[in-house]
Design a protein around this ligand. Structure first.
Ligand code: PHE
Length: 346
């Protein structure tokens, strides 16, 4: 039966050639079914052996077995080849070029107001003040009453208030309520600075925001005088601004201090000369904070003996300090999230 042998030979050649083109497991499985499957090409030839003469059958059977072995081995080799190829692809995908320069992490920076806040707090810490904090959502009592501002007091007009639950719960309009909170918790001597957010019901313009930051200061002890207030705040100004800065204190009114003052520093642009200076509008001075000697009634409300103790307090707006330091002309720039503005600071 030359016929069977020729067919086996042809089948083997075709199968091996096709196997070379196999690219993936699906191809391979189709190939296996086509040649080695129960209804595949090899099975078909083998079935034909039944009609071969008995004397030929052993030889043809052997040839068929050999063909089967060849195909099975070729199948196993191809399976192995696909596995290796898949592994190589996976490794390739994970390849890293270790000679590439690294990606520098994008560094953030401090907001200019945060930066100024840290500077202010650090300077007062060096002078012996400790940091205290209080709530932004405050009661009428601490924001006003404890500060000698009773309901219907005309001075309430100074602070346009945002109420959370009128008339008792509000957003603090300044950091001064923390004065009373601190004094209720400790006995003199007191020396604290209080950084934090404040809120006011404001019409917005270049110098008014409805949310801003203040740093409050409070020092209470025996024998504290106005000279301590002036000395402390002048020392602060010299370190915060420039060493030759001059300070000026003029009368101002706040119900929780007596006497009350506003402090100004000499204008850096015109060196206090005034004239046509745009920074100080010709006055030679820049107002930076409110201060005064703590009102005896404020001390008495927290149970301090106002005959024995005196103190000074001050409050400054941090945006104002930052605007002077960095020459910023519009307060709204701080909270409009413009990176072109924010990236200019250290
Ligand atoms: N709390 C005042 C304000 O916000 C500032 C101030 C603080 C004045 C302490 C005197 C003493 O305007």
């Amino acid at each position: 039966m030359v016929d069977v042998q020729v067919r086996l030979e042809a089948l083997r050649n075709r199968a091996v050639a096709e196997l070379r083109a196999v690219q993936d497991e699906a191809d391979l499985e189709r190939w296996r079914i086509a040649y080695l499957g129960r209804r595949g090409a090899l099975a078909e030839v083998t079935r034909g052996l039944a009609s071969a003469p008995a004397s030929e059958r052993p030889r043809l059977g052997q040839a068929a077995n050999q063909a089967k072995q060849t195909l099975e081995q070729a199948f196993a080799e191809c399976e192995q080849r696909l596995k290796v190829a898949a592994l190589e692809r996976a490794l390739q995908a994970e390849r890293v070029d270790v000679t590439l320069p690294g990606r520098p992490p994008a560094l953030g920076r401090l907001h200019p107001v945060t930066h100024v806040m840290e500077q202010v707090v650090r300077l007062f810490e060096r002078m012996g003040f400790q940091v205290a904090e209080g709530p932004e959502v405050e009661t009428d009592y601490y924001n006003f009453e404890a500060l000698n501002i009773p309901r219907d007091h005309p001075a309430r007009d100074i602070w346009d208030t945002i109420y959370v639950r009128p008339p008792e719960i509000l957003l603090r309009t300044h950091t001064s309520p923390v004065q009373a909170r601190v004094m209720e918790q400790q006995q003199p001597p007191v020396r604290v600075v209080v950084p934090g957010r404040c809120y006011r019901y404001e019409a917005l313009d270049a110098s008014h925001e409805w949310m801003f930051y203040q740093v409050e200061g409070l020092a209470v002890d025996e024998g504290i005088t106005m000279a301590d207030l002036k000395g402390t705040l002048t020392a602060f100004a010299r370190q915060m601004f420039w060493p030759e800065v001059r300070t000026r204190f003029r009368c101002d009114y706040f119900p929780f201090v007596e006497p009350g003052v506003e402090m100004s520093i000499s204008c850096h642009a015109c060196k206090g000369q005034g004239g046509p200076c745009a920074v100080c509008r010709g006055s030679g001075w820049l107002e930076i904070l409110g201060a005064g000697m703590v009102h005896p009634r404020v001390l008495e409300k927290v149970g301090y003996d106002s005959e024995r103790y005196t103190g000074f307090a001050f409050g400054m707006g941090l945006e104002r300090i930052a605007m002077i330091k960095y020459g910023i002309e519009d307060i709204r720039l701080f909270y409009s999230n413009d990176l072109r503005f924010l990236q200019q600071f250290p």
